[in-house]
Each structure stands twice: as structure tokens, then as C-alpha cells.
Design a protein around this ligand. Structure first.
Ligand SMILES: Nc1ncnc2c1ncn2[C@@H]1O[C@H](COP(=O)(O)OP(=O)(O)OP(=O)(O)O)[C@@H](O)[C@H]1O
Ligand SMILES: [Mg+2]
Length: 386
């Protein structure tokens, strides 16, 4: 697969989805000498702004997906919600789409994903299929439970934690699954990359801290506060998961550490992941370059940690929407070790991911304290009032 001579550009890379993940991927791709084309419905999308070309079109539009795949050497994606039937067809015609559309079709449906994990013997919370949600079906499974829409959920949308019968008013409509609520001590994520040559490398596990009731990643600390045995167990579980799924590329493996000390896989993303943004500054090879190396058939890079880090998402402030207004940028940048990433989204909306901040310091606690200072100093809101 790997050849030792490459023409320039080393590849014409197509990316389906023009969000922040695509934007950061394009930056890594340019460093490696690729030219990038983005497919996204919004002209001037965050990734489209930094890529050579953008095709304006929907991620479920067969003609636009075809246009992208036919004009690129390799096509990948920064989002799961894509028309996989068209991708499967294009792959059959010889187009390179990585990770494989067949795997994407499994992962994008949370029920199929859980079934695949179960069949592979990967520990995960017990679950049932709930094709037509009813209070009776959920109550029969028992509380506390977590109901998840099979498709289309992200950032906690499409997830309902139902602690008892009184919460049934928040039941999600439509095809879903119900799983046991895991009384977890912690949430940990492990990024694992699998190369075309079956080399698998994991990044140091990280602790994910969620804001009560919002389910959006709030603060991330690297490395996770685990014993050496726990760290090995988490990395091994990520390797087993990626091997079982059989994909090439980078995978974000979200896990719970339950109260008995067992790791359970929550979900897998077949792409770069919010829990890996810190690797841009804090690892030898960041998650975006690693993904590209895998999908281009190049050797994987070192995943060693260069520095402890904390990462904070910059979410749109509920006080406004519309053209983004950034307050406190100078104060945040005055703190040593603070790296600010703004995604270039045209409009801020309450709780929308508008950017992130990575803080490097000599310990994760020192980095966390600075991240909390940044949280107080820096806000992104919109010019308009809601
Ligand atoms: N079985 C469970 N037990 C306890 N908490 C859970 C369970 N499933 C999900 N959660 C909580 O809900 C959050 C969101 O769930 P999940 O990761 O499945 O959804 P998502 O919307 O796809 O997430 P994201 O896009 O933010 O990764 C989890 O990070 C966790 O905090
Ligand atoms: Mg998740």
C-alpha cells in the first residue's frame, strides 16, 4: 500500500462535512501536502474556508457525494450522518472511501453499533431495541435507563436519561434503544488509530467531564487519572474495539469506568473526536494527521504525550445569537500555555461549539486551573438577542 515516492500533491483529499473537525483535518492535510475539497451544504463552512475547494451540497445528496468522490483520490468524513448507500455504491465502483462505508452504516445507527459491540464480546451497557417507544416498553426494561435515538443524535441530542416513571414525559419519539444507566465513576475516552497495515496505536486515555444535565463535553483532562493497570485496560479495550470493527482511520472510543472498576464502551466514533483536540499541541502526532496517515496508507505516527493538557469547549453563550462576538480574548491569550482555536462559524447559537481552548502546563491540575480562568475570561456570544 505504502509507496516510497509520491507525486505532489501527495493526495487529493475529499472530506464529507465542513465543520470544525474537517477544518482541523484540512490544516493537517496541507502540512502533509494534500489538496482538500470539502462537501458541505453551507457555503464558506469552517472547513471550506481553509480548503482549496468546497462543493456546496447536502451530505445525503447522491450527485454531490459522487462529484466529491470522483474528483478526489481518497474521501473521508468528519461526521456520521451521511448517505451511506451512495458511498457503498461509489466504493464498489472503485472509489477509495475510508473508513469503509459499510462500517459507517453500522456505527451511524446506535442500535447496530451496540449489537456489533455485543457480538464482538466488547463490554457495554445492557440494552434493548425500542422500535416504537411507549411508556410501558421503557418501564418494563426498568429504571434508571438511558434512551437513545438510533440515528442523528450528537452532543447529547437524541439521548434521554430517564431515572424513573416521572421522567417518561421526556421519552424520545421514534426508533431508539434503551440501555442500563451505568453508575459510572468516570468517563474516559481513548483515541485509537488503525493503519492500512493493521498497525494499531492508542493515545493516552483522557478524563471527560460533562456539565450536569447538558451531556456536552465540558472539560477534558489529559492524561486521565488512572492507575497504570487501568490505563492498560482502557487502551486494550480500545484496541479490541477497533480491531473488532475492522476499520482503517482514527476512532474515538468513549468509555465508562463503572463503580466496580470495569470499563464499558459507551460509543465509538469512526472519525476524529472532540476528546482528541488536545493532541494538536500535546502529542507528537495529532489525531488529524494520524487519521490522514491511516487513510492515505502511510505509517502511523507516535502518540506519546509531550505535556499534560486541559481542553475546554467554547460554547455559544445563551445570551445571544447571530454574528459571533468574542469577549475576553486578550485576557485568555495573556495566560501562558493557552492555545485558542476559533472555528470560523458564521453564527453563534446557544451551546453551539464555536471553538476550543487547549492549555498546556507541567501538571494536569495546573492546566485545569488555567482552563477555569479561561472559562471565566472568554465568552463567545451572538450580536443578536434571542
Ligand atoms: N448508559 C449510560 N449510563 C450513564 N450515562 C450515560 C449512558 N449513556 C450515555 N450517558 C451520558 O450521556 C452522554 C451522551 O451520550 P452518548 O455519548 O451516547 O451521546 P452522543 O449525543 O452521541 O454524544 P456525543 O456526540 O457528545 O459524543 C454520555 O457522555 C454520558 O454522560
Ligand atoms: Mg458521546
Amino acid at each position: 500500500m505504502t509507496t516510497d515516492t509520491h507525486a505532489y500533491p501527495i493526495a487529493r483529499l475529499g472530506v464529507i462535512g465542513g465543520g470544525q473537525l474537517g477544518r482541523m483535518m484540512v490544516k493537517a492535510a496541507r502540512r502533509l501536502g494534500c489538496t482538500c475539497t470539502i462537501l458541505d451544504p453551507a457555503p464558506g463552512s469552517p472547513a471550506g474556508q481553509v480548503a482549496a475547494h468546497q462543493i456546496v451540497g447536502g451530505l445525503h445528496d447522491p450527485a454531490k457525494l459522487r462529484e466529491l468522490a470522483e474528483t478526489c483520490d481518497v474521501t473521508t468524513y468528519d461526521i456520521e450522518d451521511i448517505d451511506t448507500a451512495t458511498l457503498v455504491e461509489l466504493e464498489r465502483e472503485g472509489r477509495r472511501i475510508v473508513p469503509s462505508p459499510a462500517l459507517l452504516a453500522v456505527i451511524q445507527d446506535k442500535l447496530l453499533q451496540k449489537q456489533a459491540l455485543l457480538e464482538a464480546g466488547i463490554p457495554t451497557a445492557d440494552f434493548i431495541d425500542v422500535p416504537a417507544p411507549s411508556p410501558e416498553a421503557l418501564a418494563a426494561f426498568g429504571f434508571p435507563l438511558v434512551q437513545k435515538a438510533r440515528r442523528g443524535g450528537y452532543d447529547g441530542r437524541g439521548v434521554a436519561v430517564l431515572r424513573g416513571p416521572r421522567d417518561l414525559g421526556r421519552m424520545l419519539p421514534g426508533p431508539s434503544l434503551a440501555e442500563r444507566f451505568v453508575e459510572h465513576a468516570r468517563e474516559v475516552a481513548v483515541l485509537a488509530a488503525r493503519g492500512a497495515d493493521d498497525d494499531i496505536r492508542t493515545y493516552p486515555p483522557v478524563d471527560m467531564v460533562f456539565r450536569e444535565g447538558e451531556n456536552v463535553l465540558d472539560l477534558l483532562l489529559a492524561p486521565a487519572d488512572l492507575s497504570p493497570e487501568q490505563e492498560t485496560a482502557a487502551r486494550d479495550l480500545a484496541v479490541r474495539t477497533v480491531r473488532a470493527l475492522g476499520g482503517v482511520g482514527i476512532f474515538g472510543v468513549e468509555m465508562f469506568l463503572d463503580r466496580s472498576g470495569r470499563f464499558l464502551v459507551n460509543e465509538v466514533a469512526p472519525r476524529t473526536h472532540n476528546s482528541g483536540h488536545w493532541t494538536i499541541e500535546a502529542c507528537v502526532t495529532d489525531q488529524f494527521e494520524q487519521h490522514l496517515r491511516a487513510v492515505l496508507g502511510l505509517p502511523l505516527g507516535a502518540t506519546d504525550l509531550l505535556s499534560p493538557a486541559a481542553m475546554l469547549n467554547l460554547l455559544g453563550d445563551p445570551s445571544g445569537h447571530g454574528r459571533p462576538l468574542i469577549r475576553g480574548l486578550a485576557a485568555a491569550l495573556a495566560i501562558p500555555g493557552v492555545c485558542v482555536h476559533i472555528y470560523g462559524k458564521a453564527a453563534s447559537q446557544p451551546h453551539r461549539k464555536m471553538g476550543h481552548v487547549t492549555v498546556l502546563d507541567s501538571s494536569r491540575e495546573a492546566a485545569r486551573i488555567k482552563a477555569e480562568q479561561v472559562r471565566k475570561a472568554l465568552t463567545i456570544t451572538g450580536e443578536g438577542h434571542p
